[in-house]
Design a protein around this ligand. Sequence first.
Ligand SMILES: Cc1cc2nc3c(=O)[nH]c(=O)nc-3n(C[C@H](O)[C@H](O)[C@H](O)COP(=O)(O)OP(=O)(O)OC[C@H]3O[C@@H](n4cnc5c(N)ncnc54)[C@H](O)[C@@H]3O)c2cc1C
Ligand code: SF4
Length: 497
Amino acid sequence: MKVLGPEALARPLEAGTVIVGSGAGGAVVAAELAEAGEDVLVLEEGDHHPPEALAAMSPAESLRRVWRDGGTALAVGLGDTPHIAVQLGRAVGGSSILTGGVCFRIPEAVLAEWRERHGLADYTPEGLEPFYRSVEEAIHVEEVPEAARSRSTALFAEGARALGYALKPIRRNTLGCEGRGLCNFGCPHQAKRSVDLTYLPRAVAAGARIVSGARVDRVELRHGRARGVVGRTAAGRRFRVRAGRVVVAAGAWHTPLLLRRSGIGRRSGQVGRNMTLHPAFRVSGLFEERVDGWKGALQSAFADAFEDEGITLVSFFVPPSVLVSTIPGAGPRFVEEARRAGHLAVFGGILHDEGGGRVRRGPGREPLVTYRMARRDRAAVPRLLRLLAETWFAAGARRVYLPVAGLDPVDADAFARLDLESVPARKLECTSQHPLGTARMGADPESAVVDPDGRSWEVPNLYVADGSVLPTSLGVNPQLAIMTVAARIAWRMVGKA
Ligand SMILES: Cc1cc2nc3c(=O)[nH]c(=O)nc-3n(C[C@H](O)[C@H](O)[C@H](O)COP(=O)(O)OP(=O)(O)OC[C@H]3O[C@@H](n4cnc5c(N)ncnc54)[C@H](O)[C@@H]3O)c2cc1C
Ligand code: SF4
């Protein structure tokens, strides 16, 4: 796939549609518009890493070069809320390159809420079916067979069975996955069908241009319409692109910054608000047997048995080097613990959160993001940790490692004595890979930033097509939802739906 470098912007460019961001949302729109015969230009802040370059990177190099800020973005917890480490991609292909490949359709209860509370009348399972089908075919969504599960996941399944709940197979966008557990650093085998291998090559084949190393700072407006964008290359050189239509797809972390800087979204006052994160926690279990959990599909099973409590349990694993870096302690004790890494099994859980995140302009280039956990979500944290730990003990774990700063691994007796409700929020180690909702869509221009077709309520030739338009969290991983909504937005733009 041919990707242009920032030098392509030395002269002002023109395009029918300029798309800001080449991740899950932007890539889908680029391919759909280009294949409909439109003149498309994609501007991406990050670099282009072709598949062979990604395959040659160590996890540490990938963190430095593909992850935004080396994986250190932060949502600052307000009140009784943990600080949340947020991971994002910054590359041609966006965060899509870094996913574990997990694909979920939008749960019906979530769609019902979108219809009832946000006026998204056409967002029904039947209404979305053509878009799901088109995306699922394009990125090859398939069920992970039980045989591909890692020993870590198989052990968790045993524990779940003993406690009376079941794991279900996950679907992933893979083709020929050999189960190497490196998905979050870019699949070395091109087995994960991320957008850099699917939608973006399709867009380029249909005539779209993609420029890497191009950060857009502002949408230029004239007489209430967008007429293009301005920005800077990584080397600091300013550029300008004129376009008949602008699609903002910079992800829920950055899209609101760009809209705000451009003076868009004042009417609803909702730009940058309503951010949900799916706060995530993981608990490891230490087993007598060797687990080597990195062998097998990185993510292969989930449990929705606790959906009513806003909790989804999801399997995952990380390469050994990353796993060792999460082990507590220092000096000889650390060495001793690290030697046991092959005996650790890991499982995670996410909260179907209500959203208390807010994106504001920060002192530098990156936004200042705060997050206040809803009372219900905060109360679910000890329950989530207990579920994970008890499942490990039911599977035969000797000890569990809880995501609580400064807490040593505990055996079943010590765990039973722990008062998890009293652990201060600041001690909880919480992560997120799923920011959503900061430019939400809806039928009411007074409470939504874009309409149900992704079109700005204020600027008729400006669209948003990324995670920021999803009006609520999903309780499940969002990439398929984002791509499906982006496909719908694109089809409506070109009159295909
Ligand atoms: C480690 C990790 C694992 C994940 N695993 C899963 C999973 O298994 N399943 C799942 O469903 N989801 C997963 N996700 C989440 C999923 O990747 C995201 O929800 C999805 O990619 C978001 O799509 P998006 O289009 O909103 O943003 P992104 O895909 O993040 O794309 C936004 C792009 O815009 C670019 N950009 C930002 N600002 C500008 C600017 N001003 N100018 C130009 N370009 C800009 C960014 O560099 C980025 O490339 C994971 C995410 C991460 C980080
Ligand atoms: S488990 Fe390995 S082969 Fe499969 S998609 Fe992930 S990195 Fe690629």
